[in-house]
Write a protein that binds this ligand. Structure first.
Ligand code: IPE
Ligand code: IPE
Ligand code: MG
Length: 248
């Protein structure tokens, strides 16, 4: 049950047709900072704060799950200074999760390849997940060192091990076998993907689960994203005709 009660101001909003699961590619932090003459890390800090606000608002309108892209497997290409700043911010966010959304009934799960992250970060991930596991509000999947291709590769490795062990016949592998080996196994289907900042690409986000997701792109940079922008996006989603390959 949501603890957040906020007003929706768009009359077109239909509370009975809210996407259950929204993916957000939190992009544009660097450009936002540059325009203000600030270091890129200031953009990332502002971006984390915006995620908190948007999660609360999403919960208040009935969204069940948010998958937020925080750090991609390709983001290691950035300067050491920026990577270190991002990791420090994410660590701080996880350490203080209870003081923020965790204390307000939000559950967190981390998705992505953890082995490349510091031991301290890995420990905080487990702690934040376990500490919020009993919360009953919206769930946030934070994608940290996440890559869609790596996710599929890891799933295939896991399935190949089962074949090698004689537990599974190759012919018995179905789409469900793959789905069950993905991070979002058992989650509500990923209905809707939002990407601010003007880029019109997935950048390796949720390659498997995006098969029939709806997309919403906008020029706004993530740190400028507000409740009304989410509502605008959700209303656009509600006006889509989702056919899943069917005829009209
Ligand atoms: C998104 O903002 C955050 C991460 C990729 C970690 P960017 O840092 O990519 O911001 P722009 O795209 O350079 O503006
Ligand atoms: C995608 O944004 C990754 C995250 C938002 C975490 P990027 O800024 O890394 O993507 P590209 O490089 O513009 O494709
Ligand atoms: Mg970017």
């Amino acid at each position: 049950m949501s603890l957040f009660r906020k007003k929706t101001q768009l009359p077109e909003f239909d509370p009975t047709r809210v996407p259950r699961h929204i993916g957000i590619i939190m992009d544009g932090n660097g450009r936002w900072a540059k325009r203000r003459g600030l270091p890129r890390s200031a953009g990332h800090r502002a971006g984390i704060k915006v995620l908190e606000d948007i999660v609360e608002y999403a919960d208040s309108i009935g969204v069940e799950m948010i998958t937020a892209y925080a750090f991609s497997t390709e983001n290691w290409k950035r300067s050491k200074e920026e990577v270190d700043a991002l990791m420090a911010l994410l660590l701080d966010y996880l350490k203080n999760f209870e003081k923020h959304l965790g204390g307000r009934n939000v559950r967190i799960r981390i998705i992505g390849e953890r082995s490349a992250l510091s031991e301290e970060m890995q420990a905080e991930m487990i702690r934040a997940e376990e500490g919020s596991a009993k919360n009953t509000g919206i769930t946030v999947n934070m994608a940290i060192n996440y890559g869609g291709r790596l996710e599929i590769t890891k799933a295939v490795q896991q399935i190949a091990q089962r074949v090698k062990a004689g537990e599974l016949e190759p012919e018995a592998i179905t789409e469900d076998t793959l789905s069950d080996a993905m991070y979002l196994a058992g989650c509500p289907p990923l209905d809707f993907i939002i990407r601010p900042s003007g880029e019109l690409r997935l950048s390796n986000f949720m390659l498997w689960d995006s098969a029939y997701a709806e997309f919403w792109f906008d020029n706004i940079c993530w740190p400028d994203f507000r409740d009304q922008d989410l509502l605008r996006a959700v209303v656009a989603f509600q006006n889509r005709d989702r056919r899943f390959g069917n005829a009209q």
